[in-house]
Write a protein that binds this ligand. Structure first.
Ligand code: ATP
Ligand code: MG
Length: 175
C-alpha cells in the first residue's frame, strides 16, 4: 500500500501532543511534501511515535524534537533511493558502549533514569522489526550530553515485503 509520509507525520504529531506528555518539549516537522512510502501506515506511525516518545522521554525540558523527512537520490540504476524519516533530539544521548545494544528487546541504557521513565525496553526492538518488515532499516547517531538522531530509512519504491503488509489494523474504535 502506498502511504503518504505527510500523513504519517501528521498522525505522529497528533499522538505525541496529547496531555499525557506534560513536558514542555516542542515537536516540529520539516521536509518536502508529497513523499510516499510503501507498507503499513499503522506500523510506520507506531515506529515514528516510538522514536518521538523516546526523544521526549530522554530529553530535558525546553528542548526541541525534530522530525525531518527527505528523499535520498538513487545511488545506482537499480536502487530507487530511500525515504528517510529522522527524529533528532537535544537529549541525554547514548554512551558508545550502549549503542549497539539499544535495539535489543528489554535493553535500557541508564537503569536508574530508565526506571524513572517507566518503560520496558521494547520500543526500539519494535521500531527495528517494523523497519525490517518494510525492507528498510533504522540507525542512530548520538553524542552524550548533546543529543541523538534516529533515522528510519525506507525504500522509495514498493518492495514485496512492504506490499505484503496489511495497510492498517483496526483495534476497536468506530469502523
Ligand atoms: P519502552 O519504549 O518499552 O517504553 P524504553 O524507552 O526504555 O522503554 P526503548 O525505546 O527500546 O525502550 O529504548 C531502549 C533504551 O535506549 C532506553 O532505555 C534508553 O536508555 C535508550 N534510548 C532510546 N532512545 C533514546 C534517546 N532518544 N536518547 C537517549 N537514549 C535513548
Ligand atoms: Mg521507548
Amino acid at each position: 500500500e502506498p502511504v503518504e509520509v505527510d500523513k504519517i507525520v501528521a498522525e505522529v504529531l497528533d499522538r505525541t501532543k496529547t496531555p499525557g506528555t506534560a513536558k514542555s518539549i516542542d515537536v516540529v516537522a520539516r521536509g518536502p511534501r508529497g513523499l510516499t512510502v510503501y507498507g503499513s501506515e499503522n506500523q510506520l506511525v507506531t515506529a515514528v511515535v516510538n522514536l518521538v516518545e523516546n526523544a521526549i522521554a530522554y530529553s530535558p525540558e525546553s528542548t526541541t524534537v525534530t522530525i525531518a523527512t527527505s528523499r535520498s537520490a538513487a545511488e545506482t540504476g537499480t536502487d530507487a533511493g530511500h525515504i528517510e524519516i529522522a527524529v533528532t533530539d537535544q537529549g541525554i544521548g547514548i554512551e558508545p558502549r550502549d549503542i549497539d545494544r539499544i535495539f535489543e528487546r528489554f535493553y535500557r541504557a541508564d537503569r536508574a533514569r530508565s526506571r524513572a521513565t517507566g518503560g520496558t525496553g521494547l520500543g526500539l526492538a519494535i521500531v527495528k522489526h517494523i523497519a525490517t518488515n518494510h525492507g528498510g532499516q533504522v540507525d542512530v547517531v548520538s553524542t552524550v550530553g548533546v543529543g541523538s538522531t534516529f533515522t528510519l530509512r525506507l525504500p522509495a519504491r514498493p518492495t514485496e515485503a512492504a506490499m505484503a503488509l496489511p495497510p492498517s489494523v483496526e483495534i476497536g474504535g468506530t469502523p
